[in-house]
Design a protein around this ligand. Sequence first.
Ligand code: PMP
Length: 425
Amino acid sequence: LSTSKEICARESEVLAKTQKLPYCPIAFKSGKGALLYDYEGKEYIDLLASASSANIGHGNEEVADAVREQMAKLAQFSIVYFSCKEPVEYAEKLIELYPGDNNKKVLFSTTGSESIDAAIKLVKGYTGRNKIISFNGAYHGSTFGAISISAISLNMRRKMGAMIPDVHHFNYPVCIRCPYGKCEESCNLECLKEIETAFSLYLPPEEVAAIFFEPIAGDAGIIVPPKKYVQALHELCKKHGILFVVDEIQQAWGRSGKFFAIENFDVEPDLIVMGKSSGGGLPMGIVMGKSEIMDSLDAPAHLFTMSGNSTVCAAALKMLEIFEREDLVEQSRVKGEYFKNKFLELQKKYPEIIKDVRGLGLSIGVDLCDKNTTTKIIYECQLNGLVLISLGESTLRVQPPLVITYEQMDKSIEIIEQSIKDLID
Ligand code: PMP
């Protein structure tokens, strides 16, 4: 297999279609920073960061050295039975990053989805309650627990039969399409009242274990909720003894201009769930939060042989060192402003094509006018060396590695503008 075409053709024969969403037939061979190269040597600017799992950028030599060193010493030994230094050191660092006090603990797994399942078990274990609230448009992952609290695609549930019971979905505050016709000034958090109404009519709040919330709704289209909504939701949780769990799998690691997206809302969650970028390019899932919640279940309620893998933790520790040294979280904030402004300028030029630009840090959503236009623009961009995909029908997902350069951002805008011009000419 030596060409992108061959690899993609063979892939469809040997890999199950369930893990493939349809995009351009491109196969990547290598990457450096925010650049990727296919098997023909063609260069691409990466605006996807492997679905926000390569926030540190591709081909990082320091992380690669840390991985090699750890693999040669001891790849891993299951922490289910004995102890290793690397996961303990990584957990200590993560606890320092958690908003609020340090009375926190960490539970490792290997993917975001598994960590969501862990959080579901922990909130039930701690509260002794069974009901869970989550949101329409949410993507929390592909394990049974995570599917049960997701509500974004029927394909996740078809042929699956029973999900975990007692999950209640409410509307996420999508202000740009406010179903109550309100704007920022006139908003009285009507959408939050839907939950309060449910609490008074059919959903006893004292039976609700937790609310699972994406601090920025990622796959629903990079929707940033109003701060007053998030704070009021948190207050509602506190009032009823409901745990507030944030899914930071896509937004943590500086993506939003803060280490955790929830820090933009000045709220201290009971549990934080992470994945994607958490393993420095290797598989890693994390739940962390208040110690009493984290210790509410006994082994083997949620353990995996490979959890807390020493090599992954060594990679992550090195990544964290680089994050701090290079101030990548602040870089995301500053570059995000720059990039968002560039998209806003483009919107001024092409208001009939670009309908909305929003986001925090380098988590930017750009709404185009319709599905057909979006498909064409994305296809053109990919042909012209830009890795860009859409969310939903017509939102461009702009989440590059945080190490993207200003030149690369400018070039990306040029490629997108050219594809718009080609379309309207
Ligand atoms: N939650 C969110 C917000 C996500 O974006 C994702 C991945 N797209 C997941 C959960 C699931 O993570 P994973 O694919 O690592 O299981």
